[in-house]
Design a protein around this ligand. Structure first.
Ligand SMILES: Nc1ncnc2c1ncn2[C@@H]1O[C@H](COP(=O)(O)OP(=O)(O)O)[C@@H](O)[C@H]1O
Ligand SMILES: [Mg+2]
Length: 252
């Protein structure tokens, strides 16, 4: 499923967070949106999932305008989206297995029997190597394991769109690499349009088919990974090198 964001703007009070943003997220490829922190990456994901309402502009899923659709069309699109939140965001008081089953209860397939849902959840847990922990509570497992469970929960509805907000923030490099390996496996095994939000360069390149850089509410780069790596654009260069001097100012 192709996603297009067209002339999208979003402000909070006097702060213009996104200014006339236009980005194409091609079908069945993974686009990584990078940029300094506070630049509107998470806000963009929340607009795409309908958690926030845009001030102007449109969001098209296979050319269907999400922003002007009926509630029915919007929820049918939302059901195609899997979302791995920053920090995994599992429910603390239910087990790993129940967390993974959760989306099925609210999906179109809500007539599934409990035993079928358990079986499906176990399949997804197996893929992320977490079956041994099905009865654990999220508080009893490591953050890396919680992220893996979060991926299983996002995958259980077989989404056409997968969104990852900072999949590796808060993880040590080894666990971080495990998550990248998992995303690579997912890309090999299933078809989905991926959007990853990250500021982890260069590690995130390995799971990216395309890079978009946001800064100050605008797109400063849109192209392939190698074009990004070779870009001489001063904003891109400063961000890649982590330089203090340059056009990027703190907290803008
Ligand atoms: N619900 C909200 N209300 C007010 N301001 C918000 C809200 N969500 C995000 N913002 C502001 O929007 C800006 C971009 O935030 P965010 O998208 O989270 O940045 P990031 O690129 O780090 O993900 C920040 O200045 C943040 O304070
Ligand atoms: Mg963010």
């Amino acid at each position: 499923m192709n996603i297009k964001v067209k002339n999208l703007s979003k402000s909070f009070k006097t702060q213009n967070v996104l200014k006339n943003l236009t980005i194409d997220f091609p079908s069945n490829l993974t686009t990584t949106v990078v940029g300094p922190s506070g630049t509107g990456k998470s806000v963009m994901l929340k607009l795409i999932t309908g958690l926030f309402e845009a001030d102007s502009g449109s969001i098209l899923f296979d050319n269907i305008d999400f922003t002007n659709s009926t509630k029915e069309v919007r929820s049918s699109i939302c059901r195609k989206i899997g979302f791995l939140f920053q920090g995994a965001a599992l429910f603390d008081s239910i087990t790993v297995l129940e967390n993974v089953m959760f989306p099925l209860i609210y999906s179109e397939k809500k007539d599934l029997s409990n035993s079928v849902m358990v079986e499906r959840a176990r399949e997804e847990l197996k893929k992320v190597d977490m079956l041994d922990y099905e009865n654990a509570l999220p508080g009893e497992i490591s953050i890396g394991m919680r992220k893996r469970v979060g991926i299983a929960r996002a995958m259980i509805t077989k989404p056409e769109i997968l969104l990852f907000d900072e999949p590796n923030t808060g993880l040590d490099p080894l666990v971080g690499q495990e998550i990248y390996d998992l995303i690579k496996d997912l890309k090999r095994e299933s078809k989905f349009t991926g959007i990853i939000v990250s500021h982890e360069l260069p590690e995130v390149y390995q799971v990216s088919d395309k890079i978009v850089m946001l800064y100050g509410g605008d797109v400063h780069f849109d192209g392939s990974v190698s074009e990004f790596e070779n870009s001489e654009n001063p904003v891109v260069k400063q961000f890649k090198n982590g330089d203090i001097e340059g056009p990027i100012k703190p907290n803008q």
